[in-house]
Ligand binder design. Structure first.
Ligand code: SME
Length: 157
């Protein structure tokens, strides 16, 4: 496995398309959850330069902060709270073009302006969420949703 990530420019879909096989390579032969989720967020951060990228893991009745890249963040989120807790409760990806307009949004940083949260579902249960924040408005769409959902499906939870 090569540990150097090849960064590609181009459309968002092209960037994801070059990243996906590299992430598959990074995950190959490794089944440690922390190692794999850490590499996924690092690869996403390196390719896209987003403000914050990280996983929250479902532990008992809360989401607990996992591997991330970006500024320090809140450590625990209740089910149904904020974008992350809502994605968990609704078992679906949430795209938020303007976080200030999302009722109950949890502002870990005032610099975060838009967000996408993708639930990781195994055996019909949410086991984690992937949270991506941008410091610009309206940065995420169904292309991000499609590729990020595919990416989290690769991780062995
Ligand atoms: N904004 C998220 C909280 C997590 S931070 O953005 C890293 C939310 O509303 O759930």
């Amino acid at each position: 496995m090569a540990e150097d990530l090849q960064i590609h420019s181009g459309t968002k879909a092209e960037q994801y398309s070059s990243l996906l096989p590299q992430i598959k390579g990074l995950l190959e032969g490794e089944n440690d959850l922390i190692a794999n989720t850490a590499n996924v967020v690092a690869a996403l951060k390196e390719q896209f330069g987003w403000f914050w990228v990280g996983f929250y893991f479902v532990k008992n009745d809360e989401l607990v902060l996992g591997p991330f890249q970006g500024p320090v963040a809140c450590t625990r989120i209740k089910k149904g709270r904020g974008v992350c807790g809502s994605s968990w409760a609704q078992q679906q990806t949430l795209i938020v073009p303007d976080v200030e307009k999302f009722p109950g949004h949890i502002a870990c940083s005032s610099l975060s302006k838009s967000e996408i949260v993708v639930p990781v579902i195994r055996n019909k249960e949410v086991v984690a969420v992937l949270d991506v924040d941008s410091d610009a408005y309206d940065q995420f769409d169904t292309t991000d949703q499609q590729f990020l959902e595919e990416m989290v499906s690769l991780v062995n939870f």
